[in-house]
Design a binder for this molecule. Structure first.
Ligand code: SAH
Length: 260
Protein backbone atom coordinates (compact mmCIF):
# COMPACT_ATOMS: atom_id res chain seq x y z
CA UNK A 1 0.00 0.00 0.00
CA UNK A 2 1.13 3.53 -0.70
CA UNK A 3 2.31 5.11 2.55
CA UNK A 4 1.40 8.78 2.45
CA UNK A 5 3.44 9.74 5.48
CA UNK A 6 6.58 7.89 4.41
CA UNK A 7 6.57 9.29 0.89
CA UNK A 8 9.72 11.37 0.64
CA UNK A 9 8.45 14.18 -1.51
CA UNK A 10 7.31 16.84 0.93
CA UNK A 11 4.32 18.73 -0.44
CA UNK A 12 4.24 21.51 2.14
CA UNK A 13 7.01 23.41 3.90
CA UNK A 14 6.89 26.12 6.56
CA UNK A 15 6.79 29.59 5.04
CA UNK A 16 5.84 28.22 1.65
CA UNK A 17 2.63 28.10 -0.30
CA UNK A 18 1.35 24.98 -2.02
CA UNK A 19 -1.25 25.65 -4.69
CA UNK A 20 -3.51 22.63 -4.69
CA UNK A 21 -6.14 21.64 -7.24
CA UNK A 22 -9.01 20.10 -5.27
CA UNK A 23 -10.73 18.53 -8.28
CA UNK A 24 -14.39 19.00 -9.19
CA UNK A 25 -15.92 18.14 -5.82
CA UNK A 26 -15.82 14.45 -4.97
CA UNK A 27 -13.01 14.05 -2.37
CA UNK A 28 -12.09 10.77 -4.09
CA UNK A 29 -10.85 12.89 -7.00
CA UNK A 30 -8.09 14.43 -4.86
CA UNK A 31 -4.60 13.30 -5.78
CA UNK A 32 -2.44 11.74 -3.08
CA UNK A 33 -0.21 14.81 -3.27
CA UNK A 34 -3.23 17.04 -2.66
CA UNK A 35 -4.27 14.93 0.31
CA UNK A 36 -0.78 15.05 1.80
CA UNK A 37 -0.55 18.81 1.40
CA UNK A 38 -3.93 19.19 3.13
CA UNK A 39 -2.89 16.93 5.98
CA UNK A 40 0.29 18.95 6.54
CA UNK A 41 -1.26 22.40 6.23
CA UNK A 42 -1.34 25.00 9.00
CA UNK A 43 -3.67 27.22 6.97
CA UNK A 44 -5.98 26.30 4.10
CA UNK A 45 -7.15 29.26 2.05
CA UNK A 46 -9.92 27.98 -0.19
CA UNK A 47 -12.47 29.02 -2.77
CA UNK A 48 -16.23 28.75 -2.58
CA UNK A 49 -16.24 25.85 -5.03
CA UNK A 50 -14.28 23.59 -2.68
CA UNK A 51 -16.78 21.38 -0.83
CA UNK A 52 -17.02 20.27 2.77
CA UNK A 53 -15.97 16.72 1.92
CA UNK A 54 -12.57 17.91 0.73
CA UNK A 55 -12.09 20.36 3.59
CA UNK A 56 -12.84 17.58 6.09
CA UNK A 57 -9.63 15.87 4.99
CA UNK A 58 -7.43 18.80 6.03
CA UNK A 59 -5.27 18.72 9.14
CA UNK A 60 -7.82 19.11 12.00
CA UNK A 61 -5.59 21.79 13.54
CA UNK A 62 -5.45 23.81 10.32
CA UNK A 63 -7.18 27.16 10.08
CA UNK A 64 -9.65 27.16 7.16
CA UNK A 65 -10.20 30.48 5.42
CA UNK A 66 -12.98 30.81 2.85
CA UNK A 67 -12.01 33.58 0.45
CA UNK A 68 -14.88 32.84 -1.93
CA UNK A 69 -17.58 34.33 0.28
CA UNK A 70 -19.42 37.37 -0.99
CA UNK A 71 -18.36 40.43 0.88
CA UNK A 72 -15.05 40.51 -0.90
CA UNK A 73 -15.90 42.94 -3.72
CA UNK A 74 -14.81 41.68 -7.15
CA UNK A 75 -12.33 44.56 -7.59
CA UNK A 76 -10.54 44.09 -4.26
CA UNK A 77 -10.86 40.35 -3.80
CA UNK A 78 -7.74 39.23 -5.60
CA UNK A 79 -5.57 41.86 -3.94
CA UNK A 80 -6.86 40.82 -0.52
CA UNK A 81 -6.31 37.14 -1.25
CA UNK A 82 -2.76 37.82 -2.43
CA UNK A 83 -2.06 39.79 0.74
CA UNK A 84 -3.48 37.05 2.94
CA UNK A 85 -1.40 34.32 1.30
CA UNK A 86 1.76 36.38 1.59
CA UNK A 87 1.07 37.28 5.24
CA UNK A 88 0.42 33.66 6.27
CA UNK A 89 3.57 32.40 4.52
CA UNK A 90 5.63 35.17 6.13
CA UNK A 91 4.47 33.96 9.53
CA UNK A 92 6.20 30.68 8.73
CA UNK A 93 3.05 28.70 8.22
CA UNK A 94 2.50 25.87 5.80
CA UNK A 95 -0.05 27.44 3.52
CA UNK A 96 -2.28 25.49 1.18
CA UNK A 97 -4.07 27.59 -1.40
CA UNK A 98 -6.89 25.27 -2.39
CA UNK A 99 -8.76 25.86 -5.63
CA UNK A 100 -11.59 23.95 -7.32
CA UNK A 101 -10.59 21.71 -10.23
CA UNK A 102 -7.08 22.51 -11.41
CA UNK A 103 -5.37 25.67 -10.14
CA UNK A 104 -4.15 26.55 -13.60
CA UNK A 105 -7.53 26.71 -15.32
CA UNK A 106 -9.45 29.93 -14.77
CA UNK A 107 -7.97 30.03 -11.30
CA UNK A 108 -6.04 33.31 -11.20
CA UNK A 109 -2.97 31.31 -10.30
CA UNK A 110 -0.50 33.65 -11.96
CA UNK A 111 -1.60 36.66 -9.96
CA UNK A 112 -1.02 34.80 -6.71
CA UNK A 113 2.32 33.39 -7.82
CA UNK A 114 3.49 36.85 -8.85
CA UNK A 115 2.57 38.22 -5.41
CA UNK A 116 4.63 35.47 -3.76
CA UNK A 117 7.55 36.08 -6.12
CA UNK A 118 7.46 39.78 -5.30
CA UNK A 119 7.57 38.89 -1.61
CA UNK A 120 10.44 36.44 -2.20
CA UNK A 121 8.40 33.48 -0.92
CA UNK A 122 8.50 29.89 -2.18
CA UNK A 123 5.64 27.99 -3.75
CA UNK A 124 4.79 24.82 -5.62
CA UNK A 125 1.80 23.51 -7.57
CA UNK A 126 -0.17 20.31 -7.12
CA UNK A 127 -2.35 19.80 -10.22
CA UNK A 128 -5.97 18.74 -9.91
CA UNK A 129 -8.70 17.24 -12.05
CA UNK A 130 -10.37 20.02 -13.98
CA UNK A 131 -14.16 20.20 -14.36
CA UNK A 132 -14.11 19.48 -18.11
CA UNK A 133 -12.34 16.18 -17.63
CA UNK A 134 -14.75 15.10 -14.91
CA UNK A 135 -17.75 16.22 -17.00
CA UNK A 136 -16.62 14.25 -20.06
CA UNK A 137 -16.33 11.15 -17.90
CA UNK A 138 -19.87 11.70 -16.58
CA UNK A 139 -21.31 11.53 -20.10
CA UNK A 140 -19.10 8.67 -21.23
CA UNK A 141 -17.30 10.69 -23.89
CA UNK A 142 -13.71 11.47 -24.69
CA UNK A 143 -12.65 15.06 -25.27
CA UNK A 144 -10.62 14.14 -28.34
CA UNK A 145 -11.37 11.42 -30.82
CA UNK A 146 -9.55 10.10 -33.84
CA UNK A 147 -11.23 11.32 -36.98
CA UNK A 148 -13.46 13.78 -35.14
CA UNK A 149 -11.35 16.36 -33.32
CA UNK A 150 -7.60 16.51 -32.89
CA UNK A 151 -7.78 19.35 -30.39
CA UNK A 152 -10.09 20.50 -27.64
CA UNK A 153 -10.72 24.03 -26.47
CA UNK A 154 -11.02 25.18 -22.91
CA UNK A 155 -13.09 28.30 -23.09
CA UNK A 156 -14.56 30.81 -20.68
CA UNK A 157 -17.93 32.42 -21.30
CA UNK A 158 -16.76 35.69 -19.84
CA UNK A 159 -13.57 37.35 -18.73
CA UNK A 160 -12.75 40.56 -16.89
CA UNK A 161 -13.80 42.66 -19.88
CA UNK A 162 -17.24 40.99 -20.22
CA UNK A 163 -18.22 38.23 -22.63
CA UNK A 164 -15.06 36.58 -23.92
CA UNK A 165 -14.30 36.57 -27.64
CA UNK A 166 -13.03 33.29 -29.09
CA UNK A 167 -11.97 31.80 -32.39
CA UNK A 168 -15.62 31.40 -33.34
CA UNK A 169 -14.95 30.33 -36.90
CA UNK A 170 -12.70 27.51 -35.72
CA UNK A 171 -15.14 26.49 -33.04
CA UNK A 172 -18.08 26.47 -35.45
CA UNK A 173 -16.50 23.78 -37.64
CA UNK A 174 -18.14 20.37 -37.61
CA UNK A 175 -16.69 17.94 -35.06
CA UNK A 176 -15.07 20.59 -32.88
CA UNK A 177 -15.24 20.14 -29.14
CA UNK A 178 -15.00 22.80 -26.47
CA UNK A 179 -15.45 22.77 -22.73
CA UNK A 180 -17.07 26.05 -21.84
CA UNK A 181 -16.59 27.19 -18.25
CA UNK A 182 -18.67 29.94 -16.67
CA UNK A 183 -20.94 29.84 -19.69
CA UNK A 184 -24.36 30.26 -18.10
CA UNK A 185 -24.71 34.02 -18.32
CA UNK A 186 -23.11 34.19 -21.74
CA UNK A 187 -25.20 31.42 -23.35
CA UNK A 188 -27.05 33.73 -25.74
CA UNK A 189 -23.84 35.46 -26.71
CA UNK A 190 -22.08 32.13 -27.36
CA UNK A 191 -25.03 30.86 -29.34
CA UNK A 192 -25.23 34.02 -31.46
CA UNK A 193 -21.52 34.14 -32.20
CA UNK A 194 -21.28 30.45 -33.10
CA UNK A 195 -24.35 30.47 -35.35
CA UNK A 196 -23.15 33.66 -37.03
CA UNK A 197 -19.95 31.81 -37.87
CA UNK A 198 -21.77 28.86 -39.37
CA UNK A 199 -22.22 26.38 -36.52
CA UNK A 200 -25.16 24.02 -37.08
CA UNK A 201 -28.20 24.70 -34.91
CA UNK A 202 -28.31 21.02 -33.97
CA UNK A 203 -24.69 20.88 -32.74
CA UNK A 204 -24.93 18.82 -29.55
CA UNK A 205 -24.14 20.46 -26.23
CA UNK A 206 -24.24 18.68 -22.91
CA UNK A 207 -24.54 20.69 -19.72
CA UNK A 208 -22.93 18.96 -16.76
CA UNK A 209 -23.85 20.63 -13.49
CA UNK A 210 -22.07 19.83 -10.23
CA UNK A 211 -19.89 17.18 -11.87
CA UNK A 212 -18.80 14.48 -9.38
CA UNK A 213 -20.98 15.84 -6.57
CA UNK A 214 -24.06 14.30 -4.98
CA UNK A 215 -26.28 16.76 -6.89
CA UNK A 216 -24.66 16.07 -10.28
CA UNK A 217 -26.99 16.60 -13.23
CA UNK A 218 -26.69 16.24 -16.99
CA UNK A 219 -28.82 18.03 -19.58
CA UNK A 220 -28.39 17.08 -23.24
CA UNK A 221 -29.32 19.88 -25.59
CA UNK A 222 -28.28 21.59 -28.82
CA UNK A 223 -26.86 24.96 -29.79
CA UNK A 224 -30.35 26.10 -30.78
CA UNK A 225 -31.86 25.19 -27.42
CA UNK A 226 -28.96 26.11 -25.15
CA UNK A 227 -30.38 29.22 -23.43
CA UNK A 228 -33.65 27.42 -22.65
CA UNK A 229 -31.85 24.31 -21.39
CA UNK A 230 -29.78 26.42 -19.00
CA UNK A 231 -32.93 27.89 -17.49
CA UNK A 232 -32.94 25.99 -14.22
CA UNK A 233 -29.23 25.28 -13.84
CA UNK A 234 -28.17 26.89 -10.57
CA UNK A 235 -24.87 25.21 -9.68
CA UNK A 236 -21.47 25.35 -11.37
CA UNK A 237 -21.76 23.84 -14.84
CA UNK A 238 -19.51 22.99 -17.75
CA UNK A 239 -20.97 23.11 -21.24
CA UNK A 240 -19.53 20.36 -23.39
CA UNK A 241 -19.92 21.84 -26.85
CA UNK A 242 -19.88 19.25 -29.64
CA UNK A 243 -20.58 16.31 -27.35
CA UNK A 244 -23.79 14.40 -26.62
CA UNK A 245 -23.98 11.84 -23.82
CA UNK A 246 -22.88 8.51 -25.23
CA UNK A 247 -25.85 6.59 -23.86
CA UNK A 248 -28.44 9.05 -25.15
CA UNK A 249 -26.73 8.96 -28.55
CA UNK A 250 -26.89 5.17 -28.56
CA UNK A 251 -30.55 5.23 -27.53
CA UNK A 252 -31.36 7.75 -30.25
CA UNK A 253 -29.74 5.74 -33.01
CA UNK A 254 -31.60 2.64 -31.84
CA UNK A 255 -34.86 4.61 -32.00
CA UNK A 256 -34.05 5.78 -35.53
CA UNK A 257 -33.26 2.22 -36.58
CA UNK A 258 -36.53 1.00 -35.11
CA UNK A 259 -38.44 3.68 -37.02
CA UNK A 260 -36.82 3.02 -40.41
N1 SAH B 1 -10.25 25.76 -11.72
C1 SAH B 1 -11.54 25.20 -12.01
C2 SAH B 1 -12.42 26.18 -12.78
C3 SAH B 1 -12.74 27.46 -12.02
S1 SAH B 1 -13.82 28.52 -12.91
C4 SAH B 1 -11.39 23.87 -12.75
O1 SAH B 1 -10.29 23.55 -13.19
O2 SAH B 1 -12.37 23.13 -12.87
C5 SAH B 1 -15.41 28.04 -12.27
C6 SAH B 1 -16.17 27.26 -13.31
O3 SAH B 1 -15.69 25.93 -13.36
C7 SAH B 1 -17.64 27.10 -13.03
O4 SAH B 1 -18.37 28.25 -13.44
C8 SAH B 1 -17.98 25.90 -13.88
O5 SAH B 1 -18.06 26.26 -15.24
C9 SAH B 1 -16.73 25.06 -13.70
N2 SAH B 1 -16.86 24.04 -12.62
C10 SAH B 1 -16.12 23.94 -11.51
N3 SAH B 1 -16.47 22.85 -10.79
C11 SAH B 1 -17.45 22.24 -11.49
C12 SAH B 1 -18.22 21.05 -11.28
N4 SAH B 1 -18.06 20.28 -10.21
N5 SAH B 1 -19.13 20.73 -12.22
C13 SAH B 1 -19.31 21.48 -13.31
N6 SAH B 1 -18.62 22.61 -13.56
C14 SAH B 1 -17.70 22.99 -12.66
Amino acid sequence: MFDLAASSHCAAAPGQVTFVGAGPGDPDHLTLKALRALQQADVVIHDRLVGAGVLALANPAAVLVDVGKTGFGPATAQKDINALIVAEARRGRRVVRLKGGDCGIFGRLDEEIEALDRAGLGWSIVPGLTAAVAAAAVIGQSLTRRGRNASVRIVTGHDMAGFAEQDWRGMARRGEVAAIYMGKKSARFLQGRLMMHGAAADTPITIVENASRADERTVATSLADLPKALGDIAGPAVLLYGLAPRRAAATLSRLKEARS
